[in-house]
Design a binder for this molecule. Sequence first.
Ligand code: THU
Length: 130
Amino acid sequence: MAHDLFEAARDAMKFAHAPYSKFPVGAAIRADDGKIYTGANIENLSFPQGWCAEPTAIGCMIMGGGKKIVEMAVIAEKLALCPPCGGCRQKISEFASASTKIYLCDEVGVQKTMTMDELLPLSFKTDILG
Ligand code: THU
């Protein structure tokens, strides 16, 4: 089931633009519309301007019409079970629920499954901002 997401994340990683870190990352989202949206990290010579694979995938989901992340896979060529960075966890949580599954992969497939709540307990939320 999650294997197709793993394959999509692995294929997306090939599009990484990571000439500075040389650390390609791929991400794949299964969205509430049933479609898979993918992304890779895109770096910039002005280093802080680069961004991670996860927001690329989130951007593709939003522009493709998806609204919610049903499940998500992340893979990095040089680090098995690469966990999404802290900023990405907050970005993912905007479109996920506490029980949304995040699959951490190595080169052969999904090796660890975590829920959004395990990845980001006590995420930033407030009714004041709507
Ligand atoms: N990276 C991601 O794409 N996702 C993460 O969650 C961790 C880090 C990227 C950012 C940068 O291009 C490279 O990995 C090294 O930090």
